[in-house]
Design a protein around this ligand. Structure first.
Ligand SMILES: [Zn+2]
Length: 535
């Protein structure tokens, strides 16, 4: 509930109503309707009308917008629900989306129900009120409107799953949107390169306008280098499953996932499954998939991303809408509540360590700037970079090939090169964090893991420092090491520094490494940079 750093683009309700009327989009002139017995489901036209009406009735907590257009030009409607909805507050964000697969219509009803729970409960239900006041919730109701409309045209079902995009060089229509995301896009399991297949992954990642719109929306929620969305559910049918990443591999904790993340993802997933009666499992336990929404969301941004497979039969009729959506109410509320600190489900120690003002395992980009002042003297190959470090050895291990969590670290001269000195620092390099808002409480600590290794030619000109840059630009060295003429092998060590002098301020962290002699070998690695909760 801190002040905004950036205003969101706003699509007014008036404009939305114009678009709804078909003036801004190539939507069909006549609305299609579901077959008899399924009229309780929302067609695209009915969905558009309903969300515009609800948004207009709750302007204080709802902002209606479009994340882009489908292949056929339909708006991909979304809402933001939060207090002070016109302001981008510093609150954990949650994303729900429905019906990437157009024959899985219950996903639309699910996202609509979540929307209604929030707006109807706000101000009357204390739990909902608290969620809306302390979170920013985004809902993308229907990712695949072209397919959904096609699936019901003519008053019957066409069992249509993909979008309605023409495939270049083929007469086949449609890409499987939940195979078209750009994280480890490719082949494996139920993922096809055949344009005729229902799991066709498209000619290239993000070839579909609908997945590009999702990609661009997710990217728009990166503020100050950090993804604001912490948790997400993508609603599919069928099977009554809660699934967590990854889908692309059977390995539980591959190199692109940390052990903490896996433990928290599984713990939260299993808890949600106890509330809705679903079966909890890693997505690949159902079958291998590539290019899915949740793999992209977690792999790219470390969003705690789930797929829910709703229902137990294909095309459940109207009578199932209330029960199939209602059984997910507790899971949805629980995930929104956990989004503030997903690691808290693993205990108080992890909550304190990982849910303070800053938490970076260095596995994804979180806003570090290399050479922020333009004064680095190290060659490009020797400067800090976020990378999977190659091990180097010279009279013992110098640059370690391991991280303290996951795979990546901040490292000077990440590559091994032809000889140990090939990617050496040879000069100075600095890396600066994005802005960090410190709560006005004492007891917060900057903690990080580091390696500082050098050979016997080292001198006091070789240094490694941590610096806090205050709001007024004042820089304070809070941690410093200097070289000695002793061969010192690489070893992961821990640092902990009180941040009390900066409580209540917005600061930047800086790490500075200097290799003072061109013949010296200096290696610096940093991992798990955190500002802890007060303890
Ligand atoms: Zn699906």
């Amino acid at each position: 509930m801190r002040p905004s750093r950036r205003a969101l683009p706003r699509l007014s309700v008036a404009l939305a109503v114009l678009l709804m009327a078909g003036l801004g989009a190539a939507a069909p002139a006549r609305g299609t309707e579901f077959p008899k017995g399924w009229e309780g489901y929302h067609s695209y036209t009915e969905l558009t009308t309903e969300i515009a009406q609800v948004a207009a009735a709750h302007p204080d907590i709802v902002k209606l917008f479009s994340i882009g257009q489908s292949y056929k030009g339909r708006q991909l409607w979304a809402v933001k629900v939060s207090d002070n909805v016109g302001v981008d507050e510093n609150e954990p964000e949650v994303l729900f989306d429905g019906s990437h697969h157009s024959d899985e219509h219950m996903g639309v009803e699910m996202t609509l129900h979540i929307f209604h729970w929030l707006v109807d409960g706000y101000g009357t239900d204390p739990r909902i009120t608290n969620i809306v006041n302390t979170r920013e919730i985004y809902i993308v109701f229907l990712v695949n409107p072209d397919g959904a409309e096609y699936d019901i045209h003519g008053g019957r079902y066409w069992f249509w799953r993909k979008n309605r995009q023409a495939t270049p060089g083929s007469t086949a229509i449609g890409t499987d949107l939940n195979r078209n995301y750009g994280y480890r896009w490719g082949l494996g399991g139920r993922t096809s390169s055949n344009p005729l297949a229902i799991t066709y992954h498209g000619p290239r990642p993000f070839s579909a306008p609908e997945t590009r719109a999702m990609r661009d929306f997710l990217a728009s929620r990166v503020v100050d280098g950090r993804q604001q969305i912490r948790a997400a559910i993508s609603f599919h049918e069928l099977g009554r499953l809660v699934m967590w990443p990854y889908g692309y591999t059977l390995t539980d904790i591959p190199a692109d996932m940390t052990a903490d993340d896996h433990a928290a993802l599984a713990r939260i997933g299993r808890h949600m499954a106890t509330t809705n009666g679903y079966r909890p499992e890693q997505a690949s336990d159902l079958y291998i998939t590539r290019g899915t929404t949740k793999d992209y969301e977690y792999g790219t941004y470390r969003i705690f991303a789930y797929t829910f497979e709703m229902s137990i039969k294909d095309y459940p009729d109207d009578s199932k809408i209330a029960s199939e959506t209602g059984r997910n109410r507790e899971a949805v509320l629980y995930l929104m509540e956990r989004a503030g600190c997903p690691y808290a489900v693993l205990g108080a120690a992890l909550r304190i360590a990982r849910c303070g003002a800053f938490d970076d395992d260095l596995e994804v980009a979180r806003g570090w700037t290399v050479n922020p002042d333009g004064t680095d003297t190290a060659p490009a190959a020797g400067r800090f970079a976020r990378a999977d470090p190659a091990p180097t050895s010279r009279f013992g291990s110098k640059q370690l090939g391991t991280a303290t969590s996951g795979r990546d670290v901040l490292v000077t001269g990440s590559r091994a090169g032809a000889k140990p000195t090939a990617s050496d620092l040879d000069g100075s390099s600095t890396v600066r964090s994005a802005a960090i808002d410190l709560p006005a409480t004492s007891g917060q600590h900057l903690t990080f893991r580091y390696v500082f290794a050098h050979d016997a030619a080292s001198t006091s000109a070789d240094t490694f420092k941590a610096v806090v840059e205050a709001q007024d630009g004042t820089r304070t060295e809070v941690f410093g090491l200097t070289g000695k003429p002793v061969d010192t092998d690489g070893r992961w060590r821990s640092a902990s520094i009180s941040m009390d002098p900066w409580a209540g301020q917005t600061v930047h962290l800086r790490f500075e490494a200097v290799d003072g002699g061109p013949g010296n070998l200096v290696e610096v690695e940093i991992d798990d940079v955190r500002i802890t909760q007060p303890s």
